[in-house]
Write a new protein. Structure first.
Length: 281
């Protein structure tokens, strides 16, 4: 806490994004640890932010939430305000991300700390390596260590897996959003006047099934080689449909995620290939 206060004393803005990281494989295996640890991190972050707002120069906190707060939603495309109408998340991971949003609400209501809530959807980009908590999981004949769908499918394809193993039937719908686009969205969430005391879905508007993603990766790596796949049992809490409404961020912030999935993969596939050869993933 003292370190956080010291670091925030000369800051105008605070992006609260620290957390235990990993993929869907740890949602059930670390169900208590990720809830408890992330809650401690969140409480410390907001305590320090409240102090810095009252006694130093901090103007606002931007809290990084998650699309998993919409784990049990049934309205599509899902607007920000639909969060108040849907059941709470079933996973402790999703529930803790929802708690982050309530920390922001509570800090504003009691202490007047301005906030913005940013909910990124399925970030895709380079730079992701093994988390400390990740463990290798066998998927067909390939051991994985990330448990995020894009790098895992790329890794399996680059290693020559045939047929390609998918978790579940491949019909899960996601909105794969380029990390560079999300960075621009977060910057707008930090500095745009319309973002103050507001929440935003940050995402591409394009829906893609896991099966469509897998086939696109396959073709980029294997060319015209026939695409074959098999379905493995999915992990618990594998949300089947996630389709955000992105109109609010576009209307108020001028934010659009415009990078195509194909272009994302053209950047990600060579990077993962190099990381595999270097033994880092």
């Amino acid at each position: 806490m003292d370190l956080l206060k010291k670091l925030l004393a000369d800051c105008d803005h605070f992006v609260a994004g620290a957390a235990m990281i990993g993929g869907i494989s740890y949602f059930h295996e670390l169900a208590y640890d990720l809830l408890a640890e992330n809650e401690r991190i969140t409480a410390a972050a907001f305590d320090a932010a409240i102090w810095a707002h009252r006694h130093a120069r901090l103007q606002k906190i931007t809290a990084m939430s998650s699309s998993m707060v919409f784990e049990n939603v049934s309205t599509y495309p899902t607007r920000e305000e639909d969060l108040k109408k849907c059941p709470p998340p079933s996973s402790t991971y999703g529930f803790q991300k929802l708690a982050v949003e309530y920390f922001a609400q509570g800090a504003f209501e009691q202490y007047g700390l301005p906030f913005t809530i940013a909910r990124p959807f399925n970030c895709v980009g380079i730079g992701e390596r093994r988390a400390v908590t990740d463990k290798e999981i066998l998927s067909g004949n390939v051991k994985l260590a990330l448990s995020h769908v894009v790098p895992d499918l790329v890794q399996k394809t680059l290693k020559g897996q045939d047929p390609l193993h998918l978790l579940g039937d491949g019909r899960q719908i996601r909105h794969y959003t380029y990390g560079g686009d999300l960075a621009r969205g977060v910057a707008l969430a930090i500095f745009h006047e319309e973002a103050k005391n507001n929440d935003f879905n940050l995402s591409t508007e394009v829906s893609t099934s896991v099966l469509e993603l897998a086939e696109l990766i396959w073709k980029k790596v294997n060319g015209e080689k026939p695409f074959r796949y098999v379905s493995d049992p999915p992990f618990p809490y594998d949300v089947q449909k996630r389709v955000p409404d992105v109109s609010k961020a576009k209307r108020l912030l001028g934010f659009e995620a415009t990078t195509s999935l194909s272009n994302m993969l053209d950047e990600v596939i060579p990077w993962i290939d190099r990381e595999i050869k270097a033994g880092r993933i």
